[in-house]
Write a protein that binds this ligand. Structure first.
Ligand SMILES: C[S@@+](CC[C@H](N)C(=O)[O-])C[C@H]1O[C@@H](n2cnc3c(N)ncnc32)[C@H](O)[C@@H]1O
Length: 331
């Protein structure tokens, strides 16, 4: 593919036609100028696929690194994308996640460095004074979700003095934001041990207290049910379930983002004045439908006090293709 950037983009069963790749990347970088310019933020999405004009291309900034993920149809322009990024984004290193076609053997490397110093191991990013680790060389996900940045901001200013349960915690970023915001206690629940170990490291890096009771490796459905039977009360619950839940992990209709069931387990744990924060990301549900599922499933009176979406680094062609989140107050 030549340097003029005319890229035929595969789209469904056809092609979108020639797309001017340099313009799409330069515009995406300019759109994020407000993010580049605050020295306090060094981790965010630099290019968001269809929302930035090129389906199948995502690029994340992780400190000095731009990490490219692309569909097979964009393989031929990867080198050109790397040079465009060095010229237009505040990065000095570029890497590609996933092997190129000619390198896909039985054990393909998860990541290839394209420009600048070779990347090995996790990289720290800054987010408005918070420190988190990203893992660009992990095979499947980088351990950190940039689209929940506005949720972390909300949690930081609404958790003071509260007992918070952070379900589907992964590497704990939402609970850490609550802890930095002065939460009395934070309990992270996830069914995998290794992300919880990173969550503990996130507590240490952000100077917020933790002990072994801060982490529970287990099934959220079972743990919330057990806490309810014991009469446990908390002042905040974060529900950020994955879009798809493995069948063995959910007792009933495990379709993922199963808010009727999750709300019925979580809302009764809330003390008077406690809040439930839900992250919605199913493309087949509107924000309002997700909220209705929570309100109807809760079994206790809740009212919506806040709603939001992801930041400017996640432009989307329709509202359902973005993260949406709402906060419900008990009482
Ligand atoms: C979308 S991630 C959550 C992201 C997280 N809130 C953050 O800020 O990084 C989903 C997490 O839920 C966990 N998970 C999925 N099903 C679960 C279940 N039934 N019980 C406990 N954890 C579960 C996965 O291991 C994964 O870490």
């Amino acid at each position: 593919m030549g340097g003029d950037g005319g890229v035929p983009i595969r789209w469904g069963r056809g092609y979108l036609g020639a797309m001017d790749l340099p313009t799409a990347i330069i515009e995406a970088c300019r759109r994020r100028d407000p993010l580049h310019e605050t020295g306090e933020l060094t981790g965010y999405r630099l290019f968001h696929g269809e929302g930035d004009g090129v389906p199948g291309l995502t690029i994340d900034r992780m400190g000095e690194l731009a990490l490219i993920e692309r569909s097979a149809s964009l393989e031929v322009v990867v080198e050109e994308i790397a040079d465009l990024l060095l010229r237009n984004a505040p990065v000095s290193r570029v890497a590609l996640r996933g092997a190129r076609r000619e390198q896909r053997g039985p054990h393909p490397a998860p990541m290839e460095s394209l420009r600048g110093e070779t990347v090995t191991g996790p990289l720290e990013i800054l987010e408005h004074g918070l420190r988190f680790l990203t893992a660009p060389d992990e095979r499947r996900a980088s351990g950190f979700f940039f689209d929940t940045r506005p949720v972390r901001r909300w949690l930081r200013s609404h958790s003071s003095g509260r007992r918070i349960t952070n379900t589907f915690a992964h590497t704990g970023s939402l609970g850490v934001a609550a802890a930095v915001g002065g939460a009395r206690s934070v309990l992270h629940i996830d069914n995998k041990r290794s992300p919880l170990e990173v969550a503990a490291e996130h507590h240490r890096r952000n100077g917020v207290p933790l002990d072994e009771r801060s982490f529970l490796k287990g099934n959220v459905y079972q743990q919330l049910g057990r806490a309810g039977r014991r009469g446990v009360k908390v002042d905040g619950v974060v529900l950020d379930p994955p879009p798809v839940v493995p069948r063995r992990m959910a007792p009933r209709a495990p379709v993922g983002q199963d808010f009727p069931q999750l709300a019925s387990l979580a809302a009764p744990l809330l003390a008077e004045g406690g809040w439930l924060l839900c992250c919605f990301n199913r493309e087949d549900r509107s924000h309002e439908e997700g909220e209705r599922e929570v309100l109807e499933g809760a079994g206790v009176p809740l009212r919506i006090v806040e709603r939001g979406t992801s930041g400017i680094d996640f432009p989307a062609t329709s509202p359902e293709r973005r993260l949406r989140w709402s906060v419900f107050l008990r009482g």
